[in-house]
Ligand binder design. Structure first.
Ligand code: HEM
Length: 147
């Protein structure tokens, strides 16, 4: 329906290389919650957003995140087919110390990036369409958390 068209069209309009958009998203994420920086413990530690952005492993993570969003956009008609993958992905994030509550902040950072990139094309229905998809992805990942 309309939601899917809005999501597909806007995602495509960001261009083929999604990494720069991921950089905007993660820079915003660290602005909103700087404590998340400490969860990225690579060879070069992420003490600041700048440290992170100059770490190849961190940039790979940005690429991975964009690929997961890309997979969700490509599977809008059968998001449930990603459920096992997303549950496992959630499990990995629990293991590295992510809190499910942080996904709300990640969602805000995602919307911020879309707003920056889309300008006038960022409308209330578009925002809602993305929130709907994002909440399905987060719900599936959150099922990977065990007490
Ligand atoms: C792996 C942190 C959000 C996708 C990882 C790793 C860390 C991490 C430390 C392991 C090292 C690495 O592979 O780079 C975080 C933090 C997040 C976050 C702190 C936000 C609070 C996300 C989101 C997605 C995602 C929203 C996608 C929707 C991935 C993928 C991997 C990964 C695909 C690789 C998993 C594997 O090795 O199989 N994340 N992440 N991450 N993350 Fe995240």
């Amino acid at each position: 329906g309309k939601d899917k068209e809005l999501i597909r069209g806007s995602w495509e309009s960001l261009g083929k290389n999604k990494v720069p958009h991921g950089v905007v998203m993660f820079s915003r994420l660290f602005e909103l919650d700087p404590t998340l920086l400490s969860l990225f413990q690579y060879s070069t530690n992420c003490g600041s957003t700048q440290d992170c952005l100059s770490s190849p492993e961190f940039m790979e993570h940005v690429t991975k995140v964009m690929l997961v969003i890309d997979a969700a956009v490509s599977h809008l008609d059968d998001l449930h087919s990603l459920e096992d993958f997303l549950l496992n992905l959630g499990r990995k994030h629990q293991a590295v110390g992510v809190n499910t509550q942080s996904f709300a902040v990640v969602g805000e950072a995602l919307l911020y990036m879309l707003q920056c990139s889309l300008g006038q094309a960022y409308t209330a229905p578009l925002r809602q369409a993305w929130l709907n998809m994002y909440s399905i992805v987060v719900a599936a990942m959150s099922r990977g958390w065990t007490k």
